[in-house]
Design a binder for this molecule. Structure first.
Ligand code: COI
Length: 352
């Protein structure tokens, strides 16, 4: 398959201009990007080209109907210079599930993996060693057909861009439990990484930010009684010594970090319950002191502890634990991801 990817290298790398010790998440992009167009019912020959602006007709459907899906993945480099990814098969499956829901064509597996491998070989200097460093990969697909009739596009562009990354959030994260707005509904697209799922959260999240919260924890659209996921992460609650997280559904993203944490925590002897989590039980546990932790889990954020939360008129602070589940699981997960520890689960994937 390699011979099918045409590669045009940049004439001048930007890497010397990048301060790798001070990266704001997703603001600096590497030298190259992967592109593959779909037309006449087929994915065309993939290309890797210098990163840069692209031209589209103003009527392209992605601009009007948001027919677009994406993924988030990370590449790590170990001390021997080997490059690793974390469960990329899961992202591959999910992008095609998302595409199916948005009436978009599936992307071929061999193009996905060959594309990542060729791109990462070119961008290997952009992946820094060390447990806090990674290269964030953003695969995405957009509808490129010209014309504003409200129907699925007949042409698409699949792309992968790469951003060197450290922490997603800088500083403490406080969240508010949603009681008015909703992220997703039964039968909707909540499970998909559809671009519009994120756009729809921006306004309520901006309102929350004005009140001092960085994120919203979304509740079920019908009753607002059950906690589902945060805008950029799935969420876990530690009540006593038990970790609780909502089951995935057509409303909730089937997060790769989420499912890995469930397995990892269970393997460490932590009791995990995957079941609906009610606002009422979390408020009760917060008041009684049984609520020990809330943390978010996602590719970009890895595991991010929540410092406190708000619900209607009330605000709650979470205890600052020395040896939290969040910090233990984050360390264990990151060590597996960066090839600093054994990987009993077979999650690590060497990019060659
Ligand atoms: C990721 O964790 O990779 C995501 O896609 C969340 C994103 C909105 C930053």
């Amino acid at each position: 398959m390699t011979e099918t990817i045409s590669i045009t290298r940049t004439k001048k790398s930007k890497i010397d201009q990048v301060d790798f010790d001070n990266l704001a998440f997703g603001t600096v992009f590497s030298d190259h990007m992967f592109i593959c167009d779909y037309k006449d019912g087929e994915w065309q020959t993939p290309e890797i080209v210098p990163y840069g602006p692209m031209e589209f007709d103003p009527s392209a459907k992605v601009f009007h109907y948001g027919q677009a899906v994406f993924e988030g993945m990370k590449a790590y480099k170990d001390e021997d210079g080997k490059i690793w990814m974390f469960r990329p098969d899961q992202n591959f499956e999910r992008i095609n599930k998302s595409s199916e829901r948005l009436a978009m064509p599936a992307f071929p597996e061999e193009f996905f993996f060959e594309g990542i491998s060729e791109l990462l070989k070119l961008e290997k200097d952009w992946i820094k060693t060390g447990i806090e460093n990674s290269l964030y990969l953003r695969p995405f697909v957009i509808a490129t057909e010209n014309g504003v009739s409200a129907s699925p596009s007949n042409s698409y562009r699949f792309m992968i861009i790469c951003a060197p990354a450290q922490a997603y959030y800088s500083g403490e994260v406080r969240v508010v439990f949603a009681d008015t707005y909703s992220r997703s509904a039964d039968g909707g697209v909540g499970f998909a990484k559809a671009a519009g799922n994120y756009a729809a959260q921006f306004y309520p999240t901006e309102l929350a930010k004005k009140k001092g919260y960085q994120q919203v924890i979304w509740t079920d659209a019908k009753s607002h009684e059950y906690l589902e996921e945060a805008g950029t992460m799935n969420v876990f609650f530690r009540v006593g010594d038990t970790l609780i997280t909502a089951p995935t559904s057509d409303r909730i993203l089937d997060g790769v970090t989420r499912k890995s944490i469930i397995e990892l925590a269970e393997s460490k002897g932590i009791k995990v319950e995957v079941r609906p989590v009610s606002v009422a039980e979390i408020l009760k546990a917060a008041r009684s002191g049984d609520l020990k932790e809330i943390f978010g889990a996602g590719t970009a954020a890895t595991i991010n502890p929540i410092a406190g939360f708000g619900y209607k008129e009330d605000d709650f602070e979470l205890p600052k634990l020395e040896d939290s589940y969040a910090s233990r699981l984050k360390k264990d997960l990151k060590e597996i991801q960066a090839n600093l520890a054994e990987d009993p689960f077979g999650w690590r994937y060497e990019v060659k």
